[in-house]
Design a protein around this ligand. Structure first.
Ligand SMILES: Cc1cc2nc3c(=O)[nH]c(=O)nc-3n(C[C@H](O)[C@H](O)[C@H](O)COP(=O)(O)OP(=O)(O)OC[C@H]3O[C@@H](n4cnc5c(N)ncnc54)[C@H](O)[C@@H]3O)c2cc1C
Length: 519
């Protein structure tokens, strides 16, 4: 059995494997020649004090012991002749559902509206360059789903730790660095994600799964209260008595299809706001107590939460050393989000700052019933497009001007490549959002000295934090509450948020299908 030790090192020493081995061995009371190997199992940065430390939990192996591999591999099976299950959507939920189906001996048939990761890159470039949004291939749609061009943050508040670890293992098996298994705040980076997604697709195809790209599901086939399959591209029918619906929260046409078939959905609370961007150096200085980051510390991040008028105002999806990106899914809307490369080495730090949205905010749209949150979201995204100049340029304001309620006469350079247009966002955002954001930002400025600065810019709108709709399911079978064989899963179902929890949800849906097929 390895001996487990806790060590606390300077950032420089923590980057030195030999130093870690030596200090861990001493703490484990082992002579250097007796140590057969070491393995870091937890790593976190402790920046609470002026002297910054890296805390490590290390396993020290000795004698004939060998370091046990971290990763339980993906166990592939030939499923080419097995029972077929349709998965709509190749985001984390759909891809991990497919991997799990294969492990369980079932053939996944993935139907994805967007292009492969390489072709998708060109469409993404066109959004910034030509202000053209391809409704099937953009930051949200395409092979790999919404998280493909992202920071790839992998921490989740979900408590299902066992399943989370399996997602991380499968990511490592498909090319991610194994540091995601022990970092307190693991992330992948937008430069690494496409390769990992390609690896997952290869595993699915090599096992005999079917991967259909550039095929949009335009309808579902329902008979009585059972799903029978889907219609693709308007006329192609694909049949299966089991359909995993993993289309994410931006697939508004899928919600329209559900509405048309009177498939029950529910209104769900969500959050909206703006994205703020600071110079990364400033955030480093604040979080590292005036110390320079140097070569051994990561780009600093923050996590801020305050209550304003009975609602949470909080930072969301913070991207240190990252970029703000245009993540609209159709032409006449502006939506912002954030991504970072693995090195988190851009000179900017951005984060969503959002407010909880409740029923009272969407009353104006109540004639849309369960879809009123969605209509509210659409209108604000359209307002952002109009106020940004009817292009993908984002409406923007200096942070201090937004808080003070005045138009910015100039805007600093930002990472958002389609450009910015000075706009009084404090004025046209709904008052229930604008007022709380401004108050919340003031409180953030008191909690984190230096945060409230005219060097920072806010861009609108951060509107797709989570789904405004839930597609309700039976908690035991995971099928839709009234349509048997239909498995709503991932972020679009309203049961998960983020890469890891959506992937976990996909695996759970696959297991539910397998249980049903074997009963
Ligand atoms: C820019 C950006 C950065 C992000 N950063 C992070 C991060 O760092 N960490 C994190 O945890 N989360 C992040 N997220 C959120 C994360 O990407 C999502 O939570 C996650 O991808 C949801 O997974 P999903 O599989 O449920 O849905 P999605 O990833 O949205 O995938 C759904 C898939 O379904 C496809 N689809 C939709 N409609 C149809 C149809 N009609 N027919 C066929 N296919 C269809 C879409 O093309 C898409 O590929 C980010 C999102 C964005 C946009």
């Amino acid at each position: 059995m390895p001996v487990q030790v806790q060590i606390s090192l300077s950032p420089e020493a923590a980057a030195d494997d030999k130093a870690i081995r030596r200090i861990s061995g001493t703490l484990a009371k082992l002579h250097p020649s007796d140590i057969s190997g070491i393995r870091v199992i937890k790593r976190s940065v402790d920046a609470r004090q002026r002297t910054i430390r890296i805390n490590l939990t290390v396993e020290v192996f000795s004698g004939k012991e060998t370091v046990v591999p971290f990763i339980n591999p993906f166990v592939s099976k030939d499923v080419s002749r097995e029972k077929e299950v349709i998965i709509v959507g190749a985001g984390p939920a759909g891809l991990f559902a497919a991997l799990r189906l294969i492990e369980l001996g079932i053939r996944p048939v993935i139907v994805e509206r967007g292009k492969d990761v390489s072709a998708r890159k060109k469409d993404i470039a066109r959004i910034s360059r030509d202000h053209i949004v391809n409704p099937d291939s953009n930051y949200c749609f395409g092979e790999g789903g919404a998280g493909t061009y992202s920071d790839g943050k992998l921490y989740t508040r979900s408590k299902k730790r066992g399943d989370n670890s399996r997602v991380l293992e499968l990511l490592c098996f498909h090319g991610a660095s194994d540091n995601i298994l022990y970092e307190a705040h693991p992330h992948l980076g937008t430069d690494k994600l496409p390769g990992i997604i390609k690896g997952i697709k290869n595993s699915i195809v090599e096992a005999g799964g079917l991967f259909l790209l550039e095929k949009r599901v335009t309808d579902i086939l329902i008979e009585g209260n059972s799903i029978k399959g889907v219609i693709v591209s308007g006329n192609e029918k694909l049949f299966s008595s089991h359909v995993i619906l993993a289309t994410g929260h931006s697939a508004r046409d899928i919600y329209d299809i559900l509405r048309m078939h009177e498939v029950k959905v529910e209104l769900k609370p969500f959050a909206m706001g703006i994205r703020v961007e600071h110079p990364q150096e400033l955030i480093d200085t604040i979080q590292y107590h005036g110390n320079a980051r140097g070569n051994y510390l990561p780009a600093a991040s923050y996590n801020l939460v305050k209550q304003v008028d009975g609602r949470g105002v909080y930072s969301f999806c913070m991207c240190p050393g990252g970029f703000i990106v245009p993540s609209a899914t159709s032409q006449e809307e502006v939506v912002v989000n954030g991504m970072s490369p693995s090195g988190r080495n851009s000179p900017f730090a951005n984060s969503g700052i959002v407010v909880e949205i409740k029923m009272e905010d969407v009353m104006k749209y109540r004639n849309h019933g369960e879809f009123s949150g969605l209509e509210f979201q659409k209108e604000i995204e359209k307002d952002a497009w109009i106020n940004g100049g009817k292009t993908q340029s984002a409406p923007a304001q200096r942070l201090t001007d937004f808080v003070a309620g005045k138009l910015s006469s100039s805007l600093p350079k930002v990472s958002y490549s389609p450009g910015t247009t000075s706009s009084p966002m404090h004025d046209w955002l709904p008052p229930s959002i604008s007022r709380r954001l401004r108050e919340g930002l003031k409180l953030f400025g008191s909690a984190m000295k230096g945060f409230l600065t005219d060097e920072a810019v806010v861009l609108g709108v951060e509107s797709r934090t989570s789904s405004p709709i839930r597609v309700p399911r039976n908690e035991e079978t995971l099928e839709h509450i009234s349509i048997s064989g239909l498995y709503p899963c991932g972020e679009g179902s309203g049961y998960s948020g983020g890469i890891v929890s959506s992937a976990v949800d996909g695996m759970r849906a696959a297991e539910a299908v397998a249980r049903q097929l074997s009963s």
